[in-house]
Design a protein around this ligand. Structure first.
Ligand code: ADP
Ligand code: MG
Length: 702
């Protein structure tokens, strides 16, 4: 979309459902609009001649040249009102009214009606079930919040209206300003993707903040955010992070929260900075708004007390930053400038008797060090230095450098004036040095995001028709689950599989084994038995002379286990050398919001006990697939442990990409597991596969 018309810059705003009754939402919105909006406010109410002294219209069709309509009428008539607004040519609408998707099936069908009217008239519709919107450059507060926003360059969207009221209240105490604020409500039409797209191109928005409970279209969000974050940082707090939280979110806005791992991967792929708390959200926002980018991981700490210096250093240890390694020149200059007792190594301790000039000198020196990408100034109150003087020095320094600075002034009252001096030049100050370090870390994280280059996912030459046939065969059999009988599907996508055959009698089993060199592996093949070894359905290292008996044994075990199981036969497979190979897992799970989520891990306890896996939203590029392998803690085992040769990692990376292409091409594949994919120095081989398909998706197209 990108174009939200005059949603945030209207000249004439109509309030449909305006009233003077105290306590009514329609009254609160009128009062907020009348308090500061530069344009015209037009109340609409058939039962009043005027509202707050302004002549009221009976209905919206009488209005002319209205840019934005705010709808606060009861849900039963909101649909009709929206239609009238559409007829009157109004394309920007905020539906504050509740009683839609969040309110049972009747509400849900009402919401569908809103959607179709919005589509018919090509409307930018916010809500329903929301608090409203604010745009401070035009002084517009079209919400029923008790507080408005100061003007600033942060644009903020929230899926919780209550959260906005809390934030506005909190922000006004801290001089924190906003450009636009949007309460997303049920996101019937406009969602988070539309707003980041718009703000990404808005010259007055420097930072985008979000409080999100779910993301409507994960893939679209990733693609949009990747573009936007080239110039504008996005920071979000996502609620519903624990299972309990997710349940709360579901009952809250009728949203089904996507799985935590999908979010984590999706937001990371999107380049979105994630905050864990409201405090962090605004800490990151203010530093991103006020400070230049951090071009190096190295951080220098300048302090007048040992303890806080250690606290800061610990915080650096928990971050993605590193204590900067000073050059010899820096050390020499510090040695000359500082008293003997001072610590010239990072964290630099200018000592408790330091006058402000000593801080000044130390700062100038460390800022010239090429290994310093950011600076943290930490100070405890002393009798020889006023915080205000220090603030002036830091403010002056920050004007002259393009290295970001944060401060921790560890005092109460005495730090307040100092903080406002710093605030004027965009230098954040905190009591707790750890918050400063974390904020500088977020700044660095954003610089890394900006430096990323994206490559398109590779497209391999594959045999889609063959996959289609294999899936169709299963569908015809009426089964949703497929096992090793579907191995051809991997082959069709160029994923290596061991030599082998599926047979349905002992004689053919022997013939199949004779065609394979050495002993073989034999497995039961049945769509009803997907965990084969659990029922004794896998025999390894079978010599050719035992193949016929093993065939009979496998079949009788399967029949014992599940008499009505659909038995396709037995797979006779080449036996791989697991001494030189490592069992890995490559799989896919479909997330309701982000779509296909590809997973990688090492087999056995690494996945099951240690849960050591990495995930990405598909389709993945080669770089992302490589990162997936690097991200698992057990990756060193692939690189030659216990005297073994390193496995062919390139082949693992390629398999992840090919699987990613397969599941992207076939949305009817709901889940897929290659477990194990045996990785050896000579390449990879998928010895087992299982997948489930969605028959409806298959039959109904998409
Ligand atoms: P399931 O997972 O249904 O029990 P698998 O086909 O994965 O069945 O087989 C179970 C285990 O047997 C594998 O994890 C692997 O350790 C071993 N195995 C299976 N096929 C082979 C093979 N072709 N070569 C060597 N080992 C194999
Ligand atoms: Mg298996």
């Amino acid at each position: 979309m990108g174009n939200l018309g005059t949603l945030f810059s209207p000249e004439r705003v109509a309030v449909i459902g305006a009233t003077e009754s105290s306590g009514a939402v329609g009254a609160a919105i009128m009062e907020n609009l009348l308090d500061g909006f530069e344009g015209d406010v037009i109340p609409v109410n058939p039962n009043a001649d005027e509202v707050f002294g302004i002549a009221a219209l009976d209905d919206i069709s009488e209005a002319s040249d209205v840019d934005l309509a705010v709808v606060v009428v009861p849900p039963g008539i909101a649909v009709d009102v929206l239609k009238q607004a559409g007829e009157a040519g109004i394309t920007d609408v905020v539906v504050v009214t509740a009683g839609f998707g969040e309110a049972g099936s009747e509400g849900a069908s009402r919401e569908k009606q809103l959607q179709s009217i919005a589509a018919e008239y090509d409307m930018n519709l916010v809500g329903p079930n929301c608090l409203g919107i604010i745009s401070s450059p035009v002084g517009m507060n079209a919400t029923f919040a008790s507080q408005s926003a100061l003007e600033g360059s942060i644009s903020f969207m929230s899926q919780s209206g209550a959260f906005i009221t809390a934030v506005l209240d909190w922000a006004s105490d801290r001089d924190l300003g906003f450009k636009d604020v949007v309460s997303l409500g049920n996101k019937a039409v406009l969602d988070e993707g539309d707003f980041i797209d718009f703000w990404g191109e808005d010259p007055d928005t420097d930072v985008i903040l979000g409080y999100l409970e779910d993301i409507d279209d994960g893939r679209e969000f990733i693609d949009t955010a990747r573009k936007v974050t080239e110039d504008t940082p996005i920071v979000t707090v996502k609620s519903g992070r624990t299972d309990a939280g997710a349940n709360a979110a579901a009952s809250h806005t009728g949203a089904i929260a996507g799985s935590e791992r999908a979010y984590e991967a999706g937001l990371e792929q999107a380049g979105v900075i994630r905050a864990e708390s409201v405090q962090e959200l605004f800490d990151y926002a203010s530093i991103l708004e006020g400070q230049p980018r951090a071009d190096d991981d190295g951080i220098a700490i300048v302090t007048n007390a040992g303890g806080p210096g250690v606290m800061s250093t610990d915080a650096v240890g928990d971050s993605s930053l590193q204590m900067a390694d000073f050059t010899d020149e820096t050390l020499q200059r510090l040695e000359e400038a500082m008293p003997d007792a001072a610590n010239i190594f990072n964290p630099v301790d200018v000592l408790g008797d330091a006058p402000v000039d000593r801080y000044d000198e130390a700062l100038d020196i460390v800022l010239e060090d090429p290994n310093v990408g950011s600076v943290m100034v930490v100070a405890c109150p002393t009798a020889v230095m006023e915080f205000e003087d220090l603030a002036e020095v830091v403010a002056d320094t920050s004007r002259e450098t393009d290295t970001p600075i944060a401060t921790s002034l560890m005092g109460g009252e005495s730090a307040t004036t100092a903080a406002s001096i710093l605030d004027d030049v965009g230098v954040p100050s905190y009591f707790d040095p750890a918050r400063g370090v974390e904020s500088l870390d977020a700044l660095r994280q954003y610089a890394r995001t900006q430096d990323r280059t994206f490559e398109d996912p590779a497209r391999f030459d594959v045999d889609e028709e063959r996959v289609d046939e294999i899936i169709q065969r299963a569908v015809d059999r009426g089964s949703n689950a497929l096992g090793v009988e579907a191995m051809g599907l991997l082959d069709a996508y160029g994923i290596p599989t061991p030599e082998g055959d599926i047979v349905d009698n002992p004689k053919d089993a022997v013939a199949a084994a004779e065609a394979i060199e050495g002993n073989v592996v034999m497995k039961i093949v049945s769509p009803d038995i997907l965990h084969k070894s659990d029922i004794g359905g896998v025999e390894v290292n079978v010599p050719v002379e035992e193949v016929a008996d093993t065939y009979d044994n496998l079949i009788s075990r399967a029949k014992n286990y599940q008499p009505d199981a659909d038995l396709i036969g037995v797979q006779v497979q080449e036996m791989l050398d697991l001494e030189s190979g490592t069992e890995t897992i490559v799989g896919m799970n479909r997330d309701p919001q982000f779509g296909p989520l590809v997973l990688f891990g090492l087999g056995g306890i690494f996945v099951e006990v240690l849960e050591d896996t990495s995930v990405r939203v598909a389709p993945v590029s080669e770089r992302e697939a490589t990162e997936m392998v690097d991200d698992v803690d057990s990756a060193p085992l692939l690189r030659g442990a216990r005297g073994r040769d390193p496995v062919d990692e390139g082949a693992v990376v390629e398999t992840i990409q090919r699987l990613s292409q397969l599941v992207t091409d076939f949305p009817e594949i709901l889940e897929l597991d290659i477990n194990p994919l045996v990785a050896s120095p000579d390449g990879v081989s998928a010895v087992d596969v299982r997948l489930t398909i969605d028959q409806d998706k298959r039959n109904g197209g998409n």
